[in-house]
Design a protein around this ligand. Sequence first.
Ligand code: CP
Ligand code: NVA
Length: 307
Amino acid sequence: MASPRHFLQIKDLTREELDYLFERTRIIKARFKAYQRHWPLQDRTLVMIFEKASTRTRLSFEAGMHQLGGSAIYLNTRDSQLGRGEPVEDAAQVISRMSDVVMIRTYEQEIIERFASHSRVPVINGLTNEYHPCQILADIFTFIEHRGAIQGRTVAWIGDSNNVCNTWLQAAEIFDFKVHVSTPPGYEVEPERAGLHGTSHFREFADPMDATRDADLVTTDVWTSMGFEAENEERMRDFADWQVDADMMRVARPEAVFMHCLPAHRGEEVSAEVIDGAQSVVWDEAENRLHVQKALMEFLLLGRVND
Ligand code: CP
Ligand code: NVA
């Protein structure tokens, strides 16, 4: 049996495949908006495994699979044997014999890699401690919709060098754009953990204003990611000067857009004025999770289609 294609990091797809995916997303989104039936995955089943909370990821995958003609099953650690110590390799063997594609949200990247290596069907990363590739698919698609190609542009990342940041950094190598990162001391990018080839596509700035200057896209994320709650109090202190506010947006390019993967904390990593302001595209960004993931599932299960 040929081994399936997985999507565990954004670099699991080539630049050319990602460009294809965005083109497919555009078509699939247009059909959805026109209420046209698009059922390429009729009778296929998606299993979604959540070890952490979610609103957007669950909803977009579950609704997306239904809209593609298939069905989706939700499992979480609490009420499956996964929470009672069943080896991930055994779970992968069983789950992948009963389904056509699996999405997992978990802790260490190693867990999803172990699952994928024992799975007969494609596995999609719905967020790990290290990466959030579906989010960055949606973010880049949203940027393209609003501002055109991302190649050669500058993305300012303000805050924690977390899973979403790491994925932006990987995407910068693939699409050839720059990421200007500003984190508090002690929270800097770890290129190896981010899975980078080098450091030529990002620059670190001590002052978040310097990172934001002349950026085409300004983005941030929660100060405390899921799984790091024990550090919350310390992080609130350490990140206090890393809020994206109107002053920061003023030094970015006038046509810069603001993105946030959500959920957001107004008054912490972003001011209400910015996230609810004219430059914010966060609702389009959230909606596009649905469309890019439909294109992704179609691609992983059927390869390229041209209907
Ligand atoms: N952005 C994102 O992945 O949101 P959820 O945690 O709600 O899935
Ligand atoms: N960095 C955040 C993203 C949530 C979608 C987390 O991991 O909790």
